[in-house]
Design a protein around this ligand. Sequence first.
Ligand SMILES: [Zn+2]
Length: 112
Amino acid sequence: MNSKYMELELKKVTSHLAKLVSKGSFLRGSPVIMKRVCGNPNCKCATKGKLHKSLYISKNKDGKRKMIYVPKDIEEEVKAKLKAYKKVKDLTEKISEINYKQLELKKKKGNV
Ligand SMILES: [Zn+2]
């Protein structure tokens, strides 16, 4: 990878990241599907054992794991936000790697 290509790649990844971040719409956590009963004794979950599936977010903070329930009607929105966070993280990592490569190039050139 030459430095010109790296510059281009860095610009591309950075602008993608900037767009994502500027939306300010992401959640850090992992989606978890959990099965539960709803409490209605006549429901299929109680009579047939067909449990309801609900989306939860598993969130780690300060070494503690928390499960956060996500209401059905906003499941898609929440999933998109979880995905966006992961993307932000991936892109940040990518930028860091490009910077490491640039550092190596500069060292080779004797600029540092
Ligand atoms: Zn039920």
